[in-house]
Design a protein around this ligand. Sequence first.
Ligand code: GDP
Ligand code: ZN
Length: 300
Amino acid sequence: MPVESAGRVLVSYGGHGIVRLDDGSTLNCKYRRKVGRPFCGDRVVVHSADRESGVVEHIEPWRNRFVRADQQGRQNVVATNLDQVMIVIAPCPAPSTDLLERYLVAVQSLGIAPVIVVNKSELLQQEKIAAQAGPAFSHFEDYLELGYPVVRTSCKAEPGVGALIELLHGKRSILVGQSGVGKSSLVNRVLPDMQLQTNALSEATGKGTHTTTTTTLYDLPAGGQLIDSPGVWEFGIWKLEDAELAAGFPEFVQFLGQCRFHNCRHHTEPACAVKTAVEEGLIHAWRYESYVRLLIQNAK
Ligand code: GDP
Ligand code: ZN
């Protein structure tokens, strides 16, 4: 008689994955064509005849899906059911203009809360580096005021990673950012037993070793979970629709229905409520300018 149990997918391969059942045990589970392939983070129901392996019989509806763009710009699901996305930037490599805005809008469009992590923050004390770091670094107060959490971290010096650990506590999160900003260094700091967890996953699959290049859900020592997905967003993100772009600037939202034209792009149109709000100082001019640059890039 097979036993039915519920659990969460820790790692998903082509035809099977590792599920952690609600009793704490992990099980290597096969997928069935009829049910489909779950992703890292999905809640599933599995049938198992023994304690060694099982079959995924049902995938619960997801709350949100974190995606990456492939070379054709198509969206591929990386993980599901996230509480927040930690967008990591660093003074070097400095983000390109509007990179942070683009990331913020993309996360917002997925229905997930973004958090800004400023790594290598000790380098900002060096005047030369701070001057070359780019505009994003002079706007932290504005980001906070707009409701985006901002934490400063360093893997090499003060202030360390304590503030990040606090924000990760009790939540399911993923770290994203361009190559070289320190994502793997941060993961190593917040998951000291990552290797042990990786070994346990290899044991559960029973064949070969689990490689850290596969998107994997890890348990944080103090509670909460961190999804590690190497390379995620290093090569940019998908194209956002104009309307998604405007909706991704939370301070625009209250004005969006008030423009003369219902399809206003808030650029050259007359009687635009967003532009009026900028003129009245209700929206930061630098945020609006960033929006317009992203809009123009969209049209290309
Ligand atoms: P990833 O590509 O985002 O995963 O970045 P890595 O974790 O591989 O880090 C890239 C480089 O930045 C490495 O040489 C790290 O040692 C260095 N690095 C990471 N965090 C910090 C930091 O807080 N301060 C400084 N100065 N260097 C760091
Ligand atoms: Zn408008």
